[in-house]
Design a protein around this ligand. Sequence first.
Ligand code: NAP
Length: 331
Amino acid sequence: MKAYIVNEYSEAAKFQQADIAEPTLKPGHVLIQVKATSLNPVDNKMLRADLGINTPTPAVMHMDVSGVVLEVGQGVTKFRKGDKVYGCAGGLMGPDGPIQGALADVMLADADLLAHMPATASFAQAAALPLVTITAWECIYDKANVQEGKHILIHAGTGGVGHMAIQLAKLRGATVSTTVSDDIKAKVATQLGADNIINYKTETVDSYVARLTDGKGFDIVYDTVGDDNIDRSLEAVKVWGEVVAVNPRMQDLKLMHAKSLTLHFVLMLLPLLTGEKRAHHGLLLSEVARFFDQGALKPLIHEVLPFSEVNRAHRILELSDHIGKIVLENR
Ligand SMILES: NC(=O)c1ccc[n+]([C@@H]2O[C@H](COP(=O)([O-])OP(=O)(O)OC[C@H]3O[C@@H](n4cnc5c(N)ncnc54)[C@H](OP(=O)(O)O)[C@@H]3O)[C@@H](O)[C@H]2O)c1
């Protein structure tokens, strides 16, 4: 089958087209005819360096997938041949060894990680959803207590994770404030449902906490940025508030103590890496499909390119020259 492989992980790493053997069906798994995949920052981080979760080279990368079931393995009752499915299902080391990613004609995937695609979604839309939506869901529904009456600050409201977080928080009836870097992103975030916009380039934390919360701080802060932004999140949250984060590089945590805060972390890839709690991802994506078909959730797509433009797609992501998701179709 045709695939796009990586022969080394380095700053100079590039994808190359290659012919490789098709994966073999396993119990509990399905073979998917891959129709589309989307890029996530973790793919770029893994491309540039071995994060310890990379598969040996030559590697078929990319985690998000949408496609059509070709064959169903022993014990799988949820799917049949011909079903349209989507999920975040490979492109990294699993508990039993490498799991091939989605940049190929055929992908072997654990059925627990998959769901039926939303009936009204294109393959491109479905491939844009899994990693970022599962992350946002686990952060603001499973970890933080986002509900009506709560005011959440979502950092990076037009990022892959942030734009799904805005929509999920609004579905629960919360008030949403979000950070962006310019007027175009401000407009996009408002269209996604954000109640208040903060341009983090021009407004200080003190200023927006005073303007939007009477100086008290937000009930919940969702930090999808990491690094020194964590400091801003700890400043912006109210006493006894909650912070949810996805990037591990932490700074000084003194404010956590001073404000009696709760800090949550999510590593969305854990079920893929360990094999545990995979069915949670499949179930969650079934709920996401329902919301999508009701018109309540939609992915923001920056660009859809063919697989053959995978190197260009990764450059766009690296330059942060995008708003929303970059999708690749297997044309
Ligand atoms: N732990 C997990 O399970 C998990 C899961 C998913 C993602 N992640 C990580 O989370 C991060 C975001 O992922 P993504 O898919 O949302 O990436 P993305 O689509 O590339 O979006 C990144 C966003 O961050 C914004 N940004 C950059 N610096 C900022 C700052 N100082 N303050 C506010 N916004 C800022 C960018 O907008 P501007 O350029 O306009 O600032 C952009 O909208 C990545 O590092 C990713 O690896 C972790």
